[in-house]
Design a protein. Sequence first.
Length: 254
Amino acid sequence: MSSPAVQHMRTLFRIEWKLFNRIKANYVFVVLVPLMLLMGMQFVQEQMELDQHGLSPGPLMISTAAGILLIFSLYSSVTGLYVARREELVLKRLRTGEVSDPVILAGGASMYMAVCVVQIVVVAAALSFMFGAAPRQPLAALAGLVTGIALMTAMGAATAALCRTVESVMVATLPAIFILPMVSGIYIPREVLPDALGDALLFAPLSPVVDLVRSGWTGQLGAVDTLVRVGLAAGWTALFMWIAMRRFRWEPRV
């Protein structure tokens, strides 16, 4: 039998899925926009001398796609979701029942988590076929996907805590949307940067996730390096969860 928490998660997933399907324009943003960004990044990365830095275009494009989708399809969507449901008093009503706070947040975001996972898997499979790249460390790629989902969901909750209204979500998410891909090896691989800068940017929030996903196809990370990346991503996730727990508001500000 399913536990009450799992049942609540399923119920919240179905509700959000129905609401998502009511607005067909959601499919344009969730499907077409990330793919257009990916095509644009392919053009940019083709201008780089990847061979001189020992980089393969296939794994690089896969990690780029994963980073873009985590930011645009999950982080920005979850942030807006939390703020919208707070303004609609949905979160406040859910807290009056038996549902715990983590289940409310995870259940509400679960639909976008599922969409993001499907997107990443489909795009990764397509790019693997296009570039003839087969996964060498599937567990590393899986670790990157799991840590990335957790990290972006926690970051979305922390960002939502800073937003007063739905209109402020766009402004609040801009730093992550524009800066995070630049410093996490999504737009510009850290290998093409000066060594000191590239090493420093390893500690950016999404850098460990990007490294793990890429290593799933290149096999570049050993066991110790993989654990270091997982630990860094877990540390950032814990930080954003702490911020969300301390600052998250469950009803509109007056």
